[in-house]
Ligand binder design. Structure first.
Ligand code: 5MY
Ligand code: ADP
Ligand code: MG
Ligand code: MG
Length: 331
């Protein structure tokens, strides 16, 4: 009997991402389905490597972009996941959330949007009441750039106008929304959508604002171990308390974002408004996040790769492109 064809997915990822994502469990499952995950050597020209049936990457920089461009010119039929220009929109906290307004779905029982926010480029604007005036305190100050650096995750929760003066633009100033201390992380892998609960900042009582210190710094709160409970206890309490947002809503948002951003691999952070239990805020979108934390990521990715290398469409497919090529049904 003739051996069935094997496929090669070339990947170019930072060391940390390779360690977390390229787990033996993923490599083995892919291998069983005829897909070999092959590391790309970024010190060599990409077009001299391969052959690949798909290129997966989360690297930036002009040199890498030029390598990809050259590779695509020489291999126009090979999908590249995803396009650098599309990935770059997520490097700016203002442009990333602009895609939310492109989503066209009916908002009946549940509604969604983004918190009120402004962008500040000039330190002088921080003392300008007319610029900041429309925002209600507390405010979260986020670095405008979201390039994955430790600095880009460093946030401040600001309770008073005076504390704004300590901040260093360029920043996004976003209204803090009370959301019950639970954040929903919605992972998207092509047309697959999975929501998980994670730890977030506790609610802030507006009554105590005056008695609160001016501001508080924090970073990557969803990854920090709870001080008063073990991680396990915290998750258990969240399981009991926080119902997940409706899957239909999340699938529709994911589909809308995927279409608007022309990206296949991302997650978005969702908060449920404590004041109106059926309103949701999208506050962050990340390219190629820590997928190994998503349940069954091995099966999800093996299925995704299989579909990409076979260029199959699904009924649910919204005509989003993989590497600039429309997914077409060759089957
Ligand atoms: O480090 P991890 O596994 O927590 O994953 C980070 C993500 O955390 P999450 O899985 O969403 O809780 C993290 O998500 P958040 O920004 O924390 O919501 C980012 O996606 C981060 O990538 P980058 O540093 O912004 O390029 C992700 O970091 P990299 O895996 O890209 O280094
Ligand atoms: N508008 C907001 N209201 C309440 N909490 C927020 C808001 N924005 C961010 N947070 C909290 O801050 C954390 C980090 O903010 P986020 O925009 O997701 O940045 P990062 O890219 O570092 O994950 C979120 O996970 C959430 O806990
Ligand atoms: Mg986040
Ligand atoms: Mg982020």
């Amino acid at each position: 009997m003739a051996e069935s064809r094997r496929f090669r997915v070339g990947y170019a990822l930072a060391e940390k991402k390779t360690r977390s994502f390229i787990q033996p469990s993923l490599v083995n499952l892919c291998c069983e389905r005829g897909i070999d995950l092959v590391p790309i050597d970024t010190t060599l020209p990409l077009s001299t490597q391969g052959p690949f049936d798909c290129v997966l990457h989360k690297l930036y920089g002009e040199d890498w972009k030029a390598q990809l461009k050259d590779y695509e010119a020489k291999n126009p039929s090979i999908p590249v996941i995803d396009q650098p220009s599309a990935m770059e929109h997520l490097h700016n906290r203002l442009s990333m959330l602009q895609f939310v307004s492109d989503i066209r779905i009916p908002q009946d029982k549940e509604t969604f949007g983004i918190p009120s926010q402004i962008v500040v480029y000039d330190p002088k604007s921080l003392s300008d009441c007319s610029a900041v005036g429309a925002l209600r305190f507390p405010i979260i100050a986020k670095p405008l750039v979201a390039d994955g650096s430790a600095k880009s995750h460093k946030m401040s929760l600001v309770f008073h106008r005076d504390a704004l003066l300590k901040l260093r633009p360029p920043l996004v100033l976003q209204e803090f929304v009370n959301h019950g201390g639970v954040i929903f992380k919605v992972y998207v892998v092509g047309d697959y959508v999975k929501c998980v609960r994670r730890k977030s900042l506790p609610d802030v009582s507006l009554d105590n604002l005056d008695a609160t210190e001016g501001s508080m710094s924090f970073s990557q709160v969803s990854n920090i171990a709870a001080k008063t409970m073990t991680q396990e206890e915290y998750y258990q309490s969240m399981q009991q308390e926080a119902e997940l947002p409706p899957q239909r809503l999340l699938t529709d948002i994911a589909r809308g974002l995927r279409q608007a951003m022309r990206l296949n691999l991302f997650n978005f952070d969702v908060l449920r408004d404590s004041n109106a239990g059926n309103h949701y805020f999208i506050i962050d979108i990340n390219y190629f996040p820590g997928y190994a934390k998503m349940p069954s990521y091995e099966t999800v990715f093996t299925d995704f790769f299989w579909k990409v290398v076979n260029m199959k469409t699904e009924e649910d497919d919204v005509g989003s492109s993989v590497g600039g090529k429309e997914m077409e049904n060759k089957g």
